[in-house]
Every structure is written in structure tokens, then in C-alpha cells.
Ligand binder design. Structure first.
Ligand code: AP5
Length: 218
């Protein structure tokens, strides 16, 4: 099964598309953001360390996130969607090494292209289900019944601490400075595919599917 990276700035729709791929293709979503948020709620020392960094919209250290992904890959399996990882060139190199050690390869890096204006709108309207992780938006993807998750029926709907204008500005800066160089890195490796992330969610999913179906034979 394919191993892919979903690459794009905060709010590009990486998590939304990753969840669809889990459901439709049985791939395994590895979101470093979700792992770090889980560490915060588990009360570990690492969780306490990263909480302030994440709330400020800065990147957590390479060492921590590479460690988290390394642990997951060591459990075995294949068909991974890397969502929010890698975010620096050092993380990209480390992922290449980890996959090679596991006898696996990276099949495609899907860059989700969006503009900053759309990101502000998406981030400010986002909420997620605290129980199953489904992602919603006040305007573009509301719940069918107010206050209740469509997928699991939970009423634990939450907004993220870092989804505010100041943190988003910092997250975008981090993306352009440290993550966007990965576009050139993976283009050079012949792995990069770009999709229009501004399209409707279903249309983005179709573009992603076309890339994956093409990449299978690559
Ligand atoms: P992380 O959790 O990875 O956040 P992010 O990259 O900022 O991305 P988001 O989750 O905000 O957006 P998304 O692209 O998944 O969009 P979504 O699908 O939700 O990271 C958070 C923090 O953790 C970082 O700032 C950093 O501190 C730390 N961290 C994580 N990984 C790290 C790493 N590798 N190294 C170092 N630090 C790390 O969609 C957004 C909204 O838009 C939703 O409401 C959705 O419904 C809506 N939407 C989605 N698609 C569409 C569409 N096509 N049309 C209209 N609306 C749409």
C-alpha cells in the first residue's frame, strides 16, 4: 500500500483529506499534530513542554517529532499518510532513513495549494469532535444537527487553542520559512504532486485519488 505525505500550510485541508483516505482506502493516518495534542492531555513531561510551543504557533523540536514517527513505524505496517510531518528538511531526511530501515518507500508527496486568505477563514471556522476527531467548519462543513458529531454522536465539539489570528500568523511564518523548502526537496526527488486545495472538499478528494491511482503504477 502507498505511503504518502500530505503537505500544505495550516488549514490547507490535510487532516480532512487524510480522514477520507483512512475511510476509503484503509490507509493509516500519522498526524504529528494529533500525537502532540494527545501527549498534552496525557500529562506527560513531553506534553507539558510542547503545549506552550504549540499554542504560540511555533514548531516543536525535530527530535521530539522524529521520535514520535519512529515509534509508530517501528510498530510495523504500511500504507501511511504522513499528515503534518515532515515540516523541516531534517525531518524529511529522517523520514527517508526511517522508511528505508523499515524496507519501505515514499510513493507520493501531495502538496495542497491554497492562499493565505482562505486559510484564515478555514482556521477561524474550524471545530473538531473530541471523541472521534472528525473535522468540521462553521460554514463549509457544519454538523447535520447542531452541537452533535455526525460520525459518532458525541457532543464534545472543540476549538483548538492555536486557532486564533496571532498563532495562525506565526504558524504561517513557520510554514514559509521551514516547511515550504520541502516542495523543492520532493520535486527534486520526483515525488511531488500538487492539487488545488481551494476546490470543494469532494473535488480535492478526487484530485488526491487521481494522484494516488497514478502513483501506484510509478
Ligand atoms: P497540526 O495539527 O499539524 O496543524 P497544521 O499543520 O497547522 O494544520 P491544521 O491541522 O491546522 O490544518 P489541516 O491542513 O489539517 O486542515 P483541516 O483539514 O483541519 O500542527 C499543530 C502544531 O503542532 C504546529 O503548529 C506545531 O507546533 C506542532 N507540530 C505538528 N507537527 C509538527 C512537526 N512535524 N514538527 C514540528 N512541530 C509540529 O481543515 C481546516 C478547516 O478547513 C476545517 O474546518 C475543514 O472543515 C475546512 N476545510 C478543509 N478542506 C476544505 C475545502 N476544500 N474547502 C473548504 N473548507 C475546507
Amino acid at each position: 500500500m502507498a505511503n504518502i505525505i500530505l503537505l500544505g500550510p495550516p488549514g490547507a485541508g490535510k487532516g480532512t483529506q487524510a480522514r477520507r483516505l483512512v475511510e476509503e482506502r484503509g490507509l493509516v493516518q500519522l498526524s504529528t499534530g494529533d500525537m502532540l495534542r494527545a501527549a498534552q492531555t496525557s500529562g506527560t513531561e513531553m506534553g507539558r513542554k510542547v503545549a506552550a510551543v504549540m499554542a504560540a504557533g511555533q514548531l516543536v523540536t525535530d527530535e521530539i517529532v522524529i521520535g514520535l514517527i519512529g515509534e509508530k513505524l517501528a510498530e510495523g505496517g504500511s500504507g501511511f499518510i504522513f499528515d503534518g510531518f515532515p515540516r523541516t528538511l531534517a525531518q524529511a531526511d529522517a523520514l527517508g532513513d526511517l522508511l528505508a530501515r523499515a524496507g519501505q518507500r515514499l510513493d507520493a508527496v501531495i502538496e495542497m495549494q491554497v492562499d493565505d486568505e482562505a486559510l484564515v477563514d478555514r482556521i477561524s471556522g474550524r471545530f473538531t469532535c473530541g471523541n472521534c476527531g472528525e473535522v468540521y467548519h462553521d460554514r463549509t462543513k457544519p454538523t447535520a444537527a447542531p452541537g452533535v458529531c455526525d460520525v459518532c454522536g458525541s457532543s464534545d465539539l472543540r476549538r483548538r487553542a492555536d486557532d486564533n489570528a496571532e498563532s495562525l500568523r506565526q504558524r504561517l511564518m513557520e510554514y514559509y520559512k521551514k516547511t515550504s523548502p520541502l516542495i523543492g526537496y520532493y520535486h527534486h526527488a520526483g515525488k511531488l504532486f500538487s492539487v488545488d486545495g481551494l476546490a470543494e472538499i469532494d473535488d480535492v478528494a478526487k484530485s488526491v485519488a487521481r494522484v494516488l491511482d497514478g502513483a501506484k503504477g510509478a
